[in-house]
Design a protein around this ligand. Structure first.
Ligand SMILES: [Zn+2]
Length: 324
């Protein structure tokens, strides 16, 4: 492929895209870095189907830390995880049919000392000791009691002291503002219950907060979420592809509706690919694997979401650069 064609390919799909052939049949296509879904629940989905559907990396944002620690040893998908949800006693997601007690912890005190039952630091330390790469906190004011500001601050401090970012589930009035003011590093969902004040969105973007998209969850107000994500992108905010797979009944793998919704919100072409190839919260994922999409590259950015439905996880050694 002539150099100018490689330039055009990378203008459309980002610097990691390369014209490639896949052995043994020398099938032609496009190679991309490994792709990550930054919000899944592995106890509710078929992880093998996730990989068959093109996803090499999965970030579990709410599961049993002991089970996740065992699963993380498997090579594929490459898993990063939060462990249990940290929430108020009786708060979301306690009691939900999909949330056994093993995946939720009640924070009953802001006590920063180690080894206090229900203390913020104890709850964080348990997840970190089980190998968590991120700490998940629930701020769902529409779903039950929510931890207070001293407890939230203590969770954030304890996580940062362990070198871990904090991701918050925000839902209900004022919860995004609380997450921004507490220095929460990422939101597990684009806020979907209220159109946010532009000043707050700008503040989140400026602070470097990452928003995990989840625009295609069944039952959320996609109009509100899409408007908030567009404002966040316009303010320079960093977006990560995430689906909340396990929520609703969508097949595991790349969720094209999520990519279409991101594209509509203004995350297009190389920016869309960047939401998938960012290894957050890890430094890198998928050693030894790459993504391969057989056939010709997409003609333009509008075609990229559907084209990515053909993405497959392949061993790196099967790919050779297509120089023809
Ligand atoms: Zn979730």
């Amino acid at each position: 492929m002539p150099g100018r064609d490689v330039e055009a390919l990378q203008a459309l799909l980002g610097p990691g895209a390369l014209p490639s052939r896949r052995r043994p049949a020398a099938e032609r296509g496009v190679a991309l870095p490994p792709l990550t879904d930054h919000h899944v629940h592995l106890h509710l989905i078929d992880a093998a189907a996730l990989v068959r559907g093109g996803i090499a990396g999965a970030v579990d944002l709410g599961g049993d830390p002991a089970l996740l620690a065992r699963r993380a040893a498997a090579r594929m998908p490459h898993v990063a995880y939060a462990g249990a949800f940290l929430t108020a006693p009786g708060g979301y997601p306690f009691g939900r049919p999909w949330a056994p007690d093993a995946i939720v912890r009640a924070v009953t005190s802001a006590d920063p000392a180690p080894g206090i039952a229900g203390g913020a630091r104890t709850c964080v330390d348990e997840q970190a000791d089980a190998g968590a790469s991120v700490i998940k906190v629930s701020l769902n004011a529409d779903g039950g009691p929510v931890i207070d500001d001293p407890a939230l601050d203590a969770v954030v401090s304890a996580a940062h002291a362990r070198g871990l970012p904090v991701v918050a589930h925000v839902e209900g009035a004022g919860t995004t503002r609380r997450a921004v003011e507490a220095g929460v590093d990422a939101l597990a969902h684009t806020p979907f219950t209220e159109v946010l004040d532009p000043g707050l969105v700008a503040r989140a973007a400026l602070a470097g907060q990452r928003w995990i998209s989840t625009l295609s969850i069944p039952g959320i107000d996609a109009g509100i979420a899409g408007a908030n994500l567009s404002a966040f992108v316009d303010a320079g905010g960093r977006v990560l592809y995430g689906t909340d797979l396990g929520n609703g009944d969508r097949p595991a793998g790349i969720v094209v509706q999520e990519l279409v919704a991101l594209h509509r919100a203004g995350v297009r072409g190389p920016d869309l690919l960047a939401t998938l190839t960012d290894p957050w919260p890890l430094a890198r994922i998928g050693a030894g694997v790459a993504t391969f999409v057989a056939g010709p590259p997409p003609p333009d950015a509008d075609a990229v979401p559907e084209w990515l439905a053909g993405a497959r996880v392949v061993p790196e050694e099967e790919l050779i650069r297509d120089e023809s």
